[in-house]
Each structure stands twice: as structure tokens, then as C-alpha cells.
Design a protein around this ligand. Structure first.
Ligand code: HEM
Length: 225
């Protein structure tokens, strides 16, 4: 959490969320603690396996990064962390996000979905039913172009590599881990409402398990698109 500490326990938020739509969705469905608090690496591995059919090697690095952020914030050696600890700018959090505002000088708004920012992505996609590698990469390029010109002077740090990595995540989640081709209606529900699009037919096991190797291969295709 960025900003002044709480004066009393009853002013602490009951429920916290992160800048990551995947983590927020898993917490909203209860695959992670619904409060968003006290998350262990074992919780992460289990939630991503059960909720989204991801192999453990896709999330262990980020889970270690979250523990490190917690340790830096609290000064103790964390074994668990809270979702809002991820909002610290220019750490795991980065600029040119697809679905939320960049942090920008103390505006603590980077954990919340932004229709304004997401609208830039939707304009690029023009209602396409299927998001292929070209459209997914074009969304990253658009956000890099807009954020680099509109973020507060001196703030913007290019994070296209992180965005390609996160794009490989959601394209694999809602398409094929090799071919991509994700359904836009599923993607939109996930980003906009931070829940899984079950009512539109999505299931965690409709495709192969997503692995670190499949994500790395997809990132290369996105960068070349
Ligand atoms: C412990 C595991 C994870 C941690 C700590 C984590 C953390 C984060 C953070 C801090 C961001 C914000 C980046 C930004 O500033 O835009 C982010 C974004 C994102 N994460 Fe995660 N993440 C994790 C796992 C995953 C997984 C497995 C997926 C797969 C679906 C995923 C999908 C995404 C996507 C698509 C974004 C981009 C959001 C945007 O640009 O608007 N994350 N993640």
C-alpha cells in the first residue's frame, strides 16, 4: 500500500486488490484469499493451477518478487503478502499498462481498472472477435505510444517487455498456448470485471496446461508480430 498508515485497526481496508487482473480475479472467485491478504507461494501455485490451469513454473518468479516487495515494505522477512503491496510503482508494477492508469506522481490509482486506458486498447481492436498476435502486439504499441507522451514529465519508463510477457499470459489464458487467437469477449470480461467468463463457456481445462516455456515462445511471436 502506498500512502500513510492506518491510525486504528477499524480504518484498515477489509479487502485489498492489486494492479494484476489475474490475481484480483482469483481473489474475487476465492481461489486466493478473498480478502487479498496473507497470500503464500503455495496459495499462488495452487490458485493458478486449479483456477486457470497454469504450471507452477509460470508463477514462482513473480511470487518470489511479491515476497521481496513485502519484505522491503515491512522490514521483516515475509512468508506471505497482501495484494495491495504490488502497487509500488516501477517495481513489478510498470508503466504503459493495458487496463489501468500509470501511477504518476502519488495518484494511488494503479490497482483499479480504467475504462479510459482500456478504451485505447478497444479502439485498436475494433470489435474483432479473435485477438491474434498482431492485434495483441498492436495494443502494447498503442499504450507505449500514448503513455510515453502523456505520463507526467520525467515519469515514464518503457515497459514493453513486461507488457509482452503479460500479453502472452492473457492470450494463452483465453486462446491457445501455441497459436494464440484468444476470444475478445472472454478477455473483456476478465479485464473489465475481474472474473472468469464462465457464462460465455470458458473453462480452465479447455486447452493444454500453460508453462513457462510456452509463454516464452509466445512472447517471441508477439515481439515479432
Ligand atoms: C504471483 C504471481 C503474479 C504477480 C505477483 C503479478 C503481478 C502483477 C503486477 C504487479 C502487475 C501490474 C503491472 C502493471 O503495472 O500494469 C501485473 C499485471 C498483469 N498481470 Fe500479473 N502477476 C502475477 C501472475 C500473473 C499471471 C499468472 C497472469 C496470467 C493470466 C497475469 C496476468 C497479468 C496481466 C495480463 C497484466 C497486465 C495488466 C495491464 O497491463 O493492465 N499475472 N501482474
Amino acid at each position: 500500500m502506498v500512502g500513510g498508515g492506518a491510525a486504528a485497526n477499524d480504518s484498515l481496508p477489509l479487502l485489498v486488490r492489486s494492479p494484476c487482473p489475474a490475481l484480483n480475479t482469483l481473489a474475487n472467485h476465492g481461489y486466493l484469499p478473498h480478502s487479498g491478504k496473507g497470500i503464500t507461494t503455495a496459495d499462488i501455485i495452487s490458485a493458478f493451477a486449479v483456477g486457470q490451469n497454469f504450471a507452477a513454473d509460470t508463477v514462482t518468479g513473480a511470487a518470489a518478487g511479491a515476497l521481496a516487495l513485502c519484505s522491503a515494505e515491512t522490514g521483516v522477512n515475509c512468508t506471505m503478502w497482501d495484494l495491495d503491496m504490488l502497487d509500488k510503482p516501477h517495481e513489478i508494477e510498470h508503466d504503459n499498462s493495458l487496463s489501468r492508469e500509470d501511477y504518476n506522481f502519488g495518484k494511488d490509482n494503479n490497482t483499479v481498472f480504467s475504462p479510459r486506458v482500456w478504451g485505447q486498447v478497444l479502439r485498436i481492436w475494433r470489435g474483432a472477435r479473435i485477438i491474434d498476435f498482431q492485434l495483441a502486439a498492436a495494443a502494447v504499441s498503442e499504450r507505449v505510444a500514448v503513455a510515453s507522451h502523456t505520463d507526467a514529465p520525467g515519469w515514464y519508463v518503457n515497459a514493453s517487455a513486461s507488457s509482452y510477457h503479460e500479453t502472452a499470459f492473457y492470450i494463452s489464458l483465453f486462446g491457445d498456448p501455441v497459436e494464440g487467437n484468444a476470444r475478445q469477449d472472454w478477455i473483456n470480461v476478465w479485464f473489465e470485471q475481474e472474473r472468469m467468463p464462465f457464462e460465455l463457456g470458458w473453462t480452465a481445462t479447455q486447452r493444454e496446461t500453460i508453462t513457462a516455456a510456452s509463454l516464452t515462445a509466445m512472447e517471441a511471436k508477439l515481439e515479432a508480430a
